[in-house]
Design a binder for this molecule. Structure first.
Ligand SMILES: Nc1ncnc2c1ncn2[C@@H]1O[C@H](COP(=O)(O)OP(=O)(O)OP(=O)(O)O)[C@@H](O)[C@H]1O
Length: 309
């Protein structure tokens, strides 16, 4: 199947000489949610801005549903909706007028039924006649999403959709994004919240210093890079790792009371069951046991740290 969005060898060097993106290749499938993770200044907004035609790439090409974003600007741009980081709305306009006007900007004929459906889906219907400035921060964000959806795009970019938003509203936004996906919209979001990516994304891209370190299915990423740990709290402090367990890579805490076995989730054969059998066969007394699985956050931090070297 043709990807809905295809980024090929895209680089960006700003006029200052700063190289913000380096040879990015990325293909996005129709109907998926892709989360782009990366520290501040990694190049996420630059990438989104190139796809949306706000920033010009220094090299490379981008197509949206097969249409080149430079050669076929109007058509490709009309297939994209962008919810930028900053709120950009006219404070004195009403919700209805703002959203309807946005649709017109893309050359689309007025369609009050679509605007009504969008406002209802975003719980903005009862605010349609309110001026934007009278809305809460969360409502303003919803208006930004409604604007981005006003021309019925196939791809929606959400640049940090929940930055500075309270926990409850964040959960509402996540629900909303899932509902949008269910209607067939492809969603690309950038975020600093690992939890958000873990919760929402089908695939995760990690970008740092202008380079795309990886793009991977979320569960696969967690399976491949995730580690599990089991820690035994020993009955009696040990001076060294017990001889019977030398085949395992174990860490003994400095006070000799905790023995930790770290294993990657792929090698299940040497996983916890096998290990515990050896512990019991060797008759090593322990009084407690803790297990821990690395989170996406651990994985992300180690990737980004690795990228710094
Ligand atoms: N117009 C510009 N001229 C020069 N440098 C720029 C310009 N716009 C962005 N940059 C630089 O490019 C780099 C990438 O910025 P970008 O906004 O794409 O990062 P980001 O990953 O979106 O970061 P954040 O998470 O902080 O939003 C940064 O170092 C930034 O200072």
């Amino acid at each position: 199947m043709q990807p809905i969005l295809s980024v090929k060898n895209v680089s960006k060097t700003y006029a200052s000489g700063f190289s913000a993106l380096k040879a990015i290749d990325l293909e996005i499938r129709k109907g998926e949610i892709l989360a782009l993770l990366g520290p501040n200044g990694a190049g996420k907004t630059t990438l989104i801005s190139i796809v949306c035609g706000i920033v010009t790439a220094s090299e490379g090409s981008v197509t949206v549903d097969g249409h080149d974003i430079v050669g076929d600007y109007r058509l490709s741009r009309s297939l994209i909706g962008l919810v930028p980081q900053e709120l950009t709305t006219d404070a004195f306009e009403t919700v209805w007028d703002t959203v309807s006007f946005s649709r017109g900007l893309f050359g689309r004929a007025p369609d009050p039924a679509h605007i009504e459906k969008t406002l209802k889906a975003l719980s903005l219907w009862d605010k349609k006649d309110n001026r934007i400035r009278t809305l809460s921060g969360g409502m303003k964000r919803r208006v930004m999403i409604a604007k981005a959806l006003s021309h019925e795009p196939q791809v929606l970019f959400l640049d940090e959709p929940t930055a500075g938003v309270d926990v409850e509203l964040r959960r509402d936004m996540w629900q909303l994004v899932r509902e949008l996906r269910a209607t067939g919209v492809t969603i690309i979001l950038t975020t600093h919240y690992i939890e958000e990516a873990e919760e929402m994304a089908d695939r995760i891209g990690v970008i740092t210093k202008g380079q795309l370190l990886l793009v991977e299915d979320k569960t696969e990423l967690m399976r491949k890079l995730g580690k599990k740990q089991v820690t035994l709290v020993l009955q009696d402090a040990a001076a060294e790792v017990p001889a019977a367990l030398r085949d395992y890579e174990l860490a003994l805490s400095p006070d000799g009371t905790e023995l930790t076995y770290t294993y990657d989730t792929r090698s299940e054969a040497r996983g916890i069951v096998d290990f515990m059998k050896h512990v019991n066969d060797a008759g090593i007394p322990y009084k407690d046991l803790r297990t821990r699985q690395s989170s996406l956050e651990d994985i992300f931090v180690s990737l980004v740290e690795g990228g710094k070297q």
